[in-house]
Design a protein around this ligand. Structure first.
Ligand code: ZN
Length: 200
């Protein structure tokens, strides 16, 4: 039985908005109306608004839990961004735009991990042992999702593989969470999720 409350129809809107805004800014850069530094500064800021947008959609507005999850996600992703920005600035200018666009897509995909974590917490479930993109081989590209179903006494959580998913970590999670059961607010047989094959 699928509980309709657990469906989030607009979950991908923040991602679409983030990509559209970034493409707009890339155009401004390409036209020479913006420096590379200004574009990077913009992207750093946009990544934070993207994170906030994701958690606000999940929690139905601003929340302390949502902000905390957004901060954690942002802290790791902005690190990647800063390292990449340093490489970009060392390249001949103007930089290769297809590489920049690819990178924007990567950050957009990384939002899946935050969206999934915010979804789980907004439903009042305990912290689950793993989330898409966290400690998986496919990393930021992971498009897997938790499929969470309400059952008597708790929730059954299935790891739903993303399209064309072949990452061994995610396949192991798919086999392990058939389903992961939450009863009375606790994960049943939690120790079975310590298996090292579930983490890359
Ligand atoms: Zn995956």
């Amino acid at each position: 039985m699928l509980n309709r409350n657990l469906q989030v129809p607009e979950w991908d809107q923040p991602e679409l908005d983030f990509i559209a805004a970034a493409e707009q800014q890339i155009l401004t850069y390409r036209q020479g109306e913006m420096s590379l530094q200004a574009w990077i500064d913009w992207l750093r800021q946009a990544l934070w608004w993207y994170a906030l947008n994701i958690v606000e959609v999940q929690f139905g507005g601003p929340s302390a839990m949502g902000t905390m999850l957004a901060q954690q996600w942002y802290a790791s992703n902005v690190n990647y961004l800063n390292r990449w920005a340093a490489q970009l600035q060392a390249q001949p200018q103007p930089v290769n735009l297809s590489g920049v666009l690819w990178r924007v897509q990567l950050y957009a995909s990384a939002g899946n991990a935050l969206q999934q974590r915010a979804m789980v917490r907004s439903y009042g479930l305990p912290e689950l042992p793993f989330y898409p993109a966290y400690l998986t081989r496919c990393r930021m590209r992971c498009k897997c999702k938790w499929d969470i179903r309400v059952v008597p006494g708790g929730y059954d959580c299935y790891w739903q593989l993303g399209p064309a998913e072949h990452c061994p970590t995610c396949l192991a999670r798919y086999r392990a969470a058939r389903p992961l059961q939450v009863r009375g607010g606790l994960i049943v047989n939690a120790q079975q999720y310590n298996d090292p094959s579930l983490y890359a």
